[in-house]
Design a protein around this ligand. Sequence first.
Ligand SMILES: [Fe+2]
Length: 193
Amino acid sequence: MSVKPLLNAFRDYLSLRDEPVIREWLDGFDWNLSERNLVPKTYSACGFLTAAQEHAGRAEAALLSRLIDCSGQVQWQQMYTAEDFGQSFLDNYTHMELIGPEGHFMSDEIAAGLVIYGPGLDYPDHWHIAEEIYIPLTSDGLWSADGAPLAARKAGSFIFHESNMRHAIRAGGAPLVALWVWCNGDLRQKADY
Ligand SMILES: [Fe+2]
């Protein structure tokens, strides 16, 4: 089944953002993308989506709702194994590539999607070549970039990581759901840490 409604909500949400990096990456982007017929896959962290809803920002709620609607058709993924950050990390994390070289909608220009972090999940410093935008759809998460202390960032906050800038994330008492976009680098890279 198609996850086109999720792509449409993703496009609509980003079209309202006026940050120069978002406009630079997406103005002129051709959203008429070919959809792959990916086999759905879920991980335990998908179970946090419903509880995340009450923590969503006002402008972010519609995108989160479409994600919940489409979650059963999504091929959720994990970039890591238990050898990386332990089994508890895997039990509390999953991400999906909506757009990208391996995503539901094919693109070699950007990779983009959504990620779920369960309550209390600690994602230590990691980095990758691609530049990255994160926008949390829910509040209650703590974020760090370039070695700065973890700081609370509300739903709708704009977070940007330069190429190979280390960054860390910690979910608060609520599940954290965030939008991510990669550009200008190896879009298939596994993050280093
Ligand atoms: Fe990252």
